[in-house]
Every structure is written in structure tokens, then in C-alpha cells.
Design a protein around this ligand. Structure first.
Ligand SMILES: [Zn+2]
Length: 252
């Protein structure tokens, strides 16, 4: 592919980075990323990935925007209330970068439809709000040996996980959380609360991880969990090993 004049100009500040260059920017433009959940994490993830030039972006969310979402879900405005999140998100993203191919899925991702939704994507970014969805995405992308960047936020605490399942020694989400928690469908943000800006901190780190994995640059977070405490303002990288007996060790 050749860059258009518009593309050279739009991505010039990224192209001049030695670790990216024209080759790296072309890789980004050829990549496809599925974002599950257009919420507090999905908002900054989607905005940055579209701005940086990820060629194809899919957004899965069946929910409608509500007033109590707006303190953290910064892709939406007050006039979006009662409208579908994936549709409204893509409407904004097209204005940020009209050169991107967008796909919207106004449904909940479930075992029955995950293959149909996810099969054409290289990377998935999990910004979902419940454990049923998180485990489903983990198991599917593990099986497909693709890349999963997962994030979670609650109260003042957040975590980021990078799983590059194409690499043999990569642990999975079930290595860290062996058992499905009670009330797996509970949305913690709704019951325990969450600081609005925390979605921005964790979501932008997830977007950064996506680009690092696509380009294979820097130190991969894979094999670690990033634990963020927004009150103490500490960022800790905690080692995460493969757990013997975990689902990811089964011969596939
Ligand atoms: Zn595992």
C-alpha cells in the first residue's frame, strides 16, 4: 500500500518515530482491533486507536447511553442518552478519522455469536464490565492464539493485562482468576462506583499496549499484570505465571 498525501500528514508525528516509521504506520493501518464494551475503558481505547490509524475497528455493545455513564464514558455527549453505544461511538470516531473502516455490533457477545463477531480481528481489547464476558473472550482468543488486551476498573483501582496467545508461555486470565466470581454478571462500577478519570488512565494504557503488540516494540506487558492505585498514584507490574492445572495448559 502507498500512503496518500493526507495520510502522510495525519500520521506524520508517529511516522517520524524511529520505532514506527512508514513500515510501522502501514502495519497499524493494516491491523484490525475489536473493542468489547464502549464504556469507561472502551471510550478512550476507541478514540486513540482510531486517531492513531488502526485500519479496522469493531465495537461490540448492546447497551444504550445513560446519564450515569457520562462522568467516565467520554466518547458520548448528553444528546446521546437512550441511543445505542456502539452506534454513537462510531459516529464520533468517523469524525475523528474518516479513513478507518468501522463495524458495529449492537449485541452482547455470547458463546453462540463470538466466532462470527471476532473471527476477522487480529487483536481484541476487553473493556467489558462483567466476568462472564471476560472469561468468554479469554477462552476464545486463547484458542485462536491471538492477542488480548484486557482492562478492569473499580472504585480507585485498575488493572491491565496483555495476553499474546501466539507465544507458548503466555498465561491467561484464568491463571489469575481460577474460579468464576460469584455474581459474574454484576457490573462493579454500578454497585461500587468508579472514578471517572480512572477509565482514561487504564484505557489509554490498553490502547498503548495494542500498538506495542501490533508493532512488536518495547517491553511487552505479557506475563505481568499492571496494578494501578489512582489514590496513591502507584503503578506496579506484578509477575503472572502460567498456573499448573489451568485451562490454558490443556493440550489443544
Ligand atoms: Zn491460564
Amino acid at each position: 500500500m502507498e500512503f496518500s498525501r493526507e495520510q502522510i500528514n495525519r500520521y506524520s508525528r508517529q511516522i517520524i518515530l524511529k520505532k514506527i516509521g512508514t513500515i510501522g504506520q502501514k502495519k497499524i493501518l493494516k491491523s484490525s482491533v475489536l473493542i468489547v464494551g464502549a464504556g469507561g475503558l472502551g471510550s478512550p481505547i476507541a478514540i486513540y486507536l482510531a486517531a492513531m490509524g488502526v485500519g479496522k475497528i469493531g465495537i461490540v455493545d448492546k447497551d444504550k447511553v445513560s446519564l450515569s455513564n457520562l462522568h467516565r464514558q467520554i466518547i458520548f455527549t448528553t444528546s446521546d442518552i437512550k441511543k445505542n453505544k456502539s452506534l454513537m461511538a462510531i459516529k464520533k470516531l468517523k469524525k475523528i478519522n474518516p479513513g478507518i473502516n468501522f463495524e458495529t455490533f449492537q449485541k452482547k457477545i455470547i458463546p453462540k455469536n463470538i466466532n462470527q463477531i471476532a473471527k476477522r480481528y487480529d487483536v481484541v481489547v476487553d473493556g467489558s464490565d462483567n466476568f462472564t464476558t471476560r472469561f468468554l473472550i479469554n477462552d476464545y482468543f486463547l484458542k485462536k492464539k491471538k492477542i488480548l488486551i484486557s482492562g478492569a476498573i473499580s472504585k480507585f483501582d485498575g488493572q491491565v493485562y496483555t495476553f499474546n496467545f501466539s507465544k507458548e508461555k503466555t498465561p491467561c486470565l484464568r491463571c489469575f482468576i481460577p474460579l468464576m466470581p460469584n455474581n459474574p454478571d454484576l457490573d462493579n462500577c454500578e454497585y461500587e462506583g468508579v472514578l471517572g478519570a480512572l477509565g482514561g488512565i487504564i484505557g489509554t494504557i490498553q490502547a498503548n499496549e495494542v500498538i506495542k503488540e501490533i508493532l512488536n516494540i518495547g517491553d511487552s506487558l505479557c506475563g505481568h499484570i499492571l496494578v494501578v492505585d489512582a489514590l496513591k498514584l502507584t503503578f506496579r507490574k506484578v509477575k503472572l505465571n502460567k498456573r499448573s492445572g489451568c485451562y490454558c495448559n490443556e493440550k489443544k
